[in-house]
Design a protein around this ligand. Structure first.
Ligand SMILES: Cc1ncc(COP(=O)(O)O)c(C=O)c1O
Length: 381
């Protein structure tokens, strides 16, 4: 029996073919035709006019934040329930992150608390330059409330859609909300370049400046001239080729993640005390969620099994599962950071487990996971 991973890269001979093409073309550099085409193809898919391919989602967030004015003496609102890479780039800029807690149903940022945080900080005289949303585990945040609330307050949105390529909110694609948005193409994501990311915006100047900063802030003259500090953040042409191969297969990979979610839902429906993160809102069907990772939430009043116990049982059968993100306001590195907490993200961390969800997983592998889940959760009731 082979090991079942959480979200292993789904690569085929299509990726091999594109990669070989890039190597043979001689464009073995952080620029080239595959980079240009990858930017254009992702932008078209998301319905945004401009895109910049970068070395990681983290570097895309860094540049996006800089462009929105994050720096010393400013604050940026960040959802607490996320991977640390949402918050770290805020610190790189010299700005202070301020964390906001989550909605119980899907773990995305609580829009009411987000607005409360901005109003409180502004009333105290803090310069809030941007608010970040995270489309958690591939499910969009509540943009019907977030977008108008931020517009009213004149605060630009940066959308961390690192996990959410292919997701949508009431028909509008993830990555199209806000002044700037970010995707990650890390090895565990729904579409991967092994490592990589992208910054998207409808503002050509924002992307042009980020492009300039991403190439060491070189002035457009015939010698090496620099008037400010830049970064080396571009994506390799080889990796962009892999990304384009993945994009050519993307609809199939997306459908497979959704089919895997459905297998879990069908397989666990009669287990009391088990619910699925992000399935509480009838108006937002699974077809809008990219189902990057399927997460279950265990109700301690009904099942005695804890997330660590369940993860250990799965590990015993060579199956990888993990806890949900540990909220940023509970992280030692951010112990001194201001936060607006309602308890929901902490509860999801205590109760949630992410299940193997990679699009290369076969039905018999999901059955193997389901068998362990059912036996473990049934025994302890
Ligand atoms: C929510 C979120 N933001 C940002 C990132 C950072 O992306 P990357 O790993 O490409 O730097 C990730 C994933 O790693 C993520 O899950």
């Amino acid at each position: 029996m082979s090991r079942i991973h959480l979200s292993k890269a789904d690569v085929t001979e299509v990726e091999e073919h594109y990669l070989l093409d890039a190597v043979r073309s001689g464009w073995v550099a952080p620029l080239g035709p595959h980079v240009d085409a990858f930017e254009a193809e992702i932008a078209a898919r998301v319905g945004v006019t401009h895109a910049l391919a970068l070395a990681s989602g983290t570097s895309a967030l860094h540049l996006g934040l800089l462009e929105l004015g994050a720096g010393p003496g400013t604050a940026v609102i960040v959802p607490s329930m996320t991977f640390a890479a949402s918050a770290m780039p805020v610190v790189y800029t010299g700005a202070e992150p301020v964390f906001v807690d989550a909605l119980r149903g899907d773990g995305n940022v609580d829009p009411g608390l987000l607005m409360e945080a901005i109003d409180t900080l502004q009333a105290e005289g803090t310069r809030v330059v941007a608010a970040m949303s995270v489309d958690l585990f591939g499910r969009c945040a509540e943009y019907d409330q977030i977008v108008p609330g931020l517009q009213e307050r004149g605060i630009p949105l940066i959308e961390d859609a690192a996990e959410a390529l292919g997701a949508a909110y009431h028909g509008r694609p993830a990555g199209s909300f806000g002044a700037a948005a970010v995707f990650s193409f890390n090895g565990n994501k729904i579409l991967t370049t092994s490592g990589g990311g992208m910054l998207l915006s409808n503002d050509p100047d924002l992307i042009a400046r980020a492009r300039y900063l991403s190439t060491q802030a070189r002035q457009p003259v015939d010698h090496y001239e620099h008037t400010e500090v830049g970064y080396n953040y571009r994506l390799s042409n080889l990796l962009a080729a892999v990304g384009r191969a993945q994009l050519s297969r993307f609809d199939g990979m997306l459908a497979r993640r959704r089919a895997i979610r459905q297998m879990y839902v069908d397989g666990l429906s009669d287990l009391p005390g088990v619910s699925f993160l992000g399935r509480d809102d009838e108006s937002r069907g699974d077809d809008e969620d990219n189902c990057w990772l399927t997460c279950i939430v265990l109700d301690p009043a009904v099942t005695k099994v804890s997330p660590p116990q369940l993860i250990a049982a799965l590990a015993g059968e060579d199956i990888e599962a993990r806890r949900l993100w540990k909220p940023m306001h509970l992280q030692p590195v951010f112990a001194e950071t201001r936060s607006f907490v309602n308890g929901q993200s902490g509860q999801l961390f205590d109760r949630g487990v992410t299940l193997p969800s990679g699009s290369a997983l076969q039905d018999d592998e999901i059955e193997r996971v389901l068998k362990v889940l059912k036996t473990t959760l049934a025994v302890a009731r």
